[in-house]
Ligand binder design. Sequence first.
Ligand SMILES: N[C@@H](CCC[C@H](N)C(=O)O)C(=O)O
Length: 267
Amino acid sequence: MARPFHKMHGLGNDFVIFDGREEPLAMTEPLARAVADRRTGIGCDQLIVLEPSSRANVRMRIYNHDGGEVQSCGNASRCVVALTGARTIETGGGVIAGSEDGGRIEVSLIEPRFAWDQVPITYPMDTDAVPMGWGPLEKPMAVNVGNPHLVFFVDDVDAIDLVRLGPSIEHDPAFPERINVNVAQVKDGAIRLRTWERGAGLTLACGTGACATAVAAIKSKRVTSPVKVTMQGGSLEIAWVPGEPVRMIGSATYVFRGEIELERLGA
Ligand SMILES: N[C@@H](CCC[C@H](N)C(=O)O)C(=O)O
């Protein structure tokens, strides 16, 4: 049976979105991986399945390129606001609030958490300088904005070999659920960011990575809120006041719609 889908992106972080609100879709890890495959499927960084929600206007389930289901996705949440007009989105990482004003989409993620609930080692741990290091990347800040991020501040983001270091940090046994890895450079009150995403690798932009990094930079007084975060695919504005949810403002782009016979993927 042909199943309609939408292809969208937020700053080049691209999504295949299935609307399962009226016609449920049973997603599995192998099927998500098959759809996301850029050679033998449709191709995307993340696969999104929309479902009805009793807590919000819509529920968004998120599957990484490798098929694994995860808790949150900032760029996809802006796309879902633009696509559905939803003002509240339930995710595994909490309820996200959204609004749209002339193509500018604002979403509020959760209040960031600094408690280090992922690492089964020494407590209490200073999450502003986790005592770990991988080559030139040392003592990251750990921030959870619905999903888990490490943030490394460096002098030159381009000098970091993220394709080599990203996988070893993501898969470090210290992180049983794996982790998103951000390298950030602060210049003239703004942030340049590159993210190695858990389950997707190097992407053109990561919304939750931008939020986690902005929160880390504001908390450590490297910048003030709101701050512009520029990634390879474009820029986001991130605002955060301690004790409140982190807010992200940016675009969402509709690319095309299509239909796929999922059973043909053999997953
Ligand atoms: N691209 C996303 C984040 C997607 C999930 C992430 N890779 C994870 O595993 O937590 C964004 O824009 O936030």
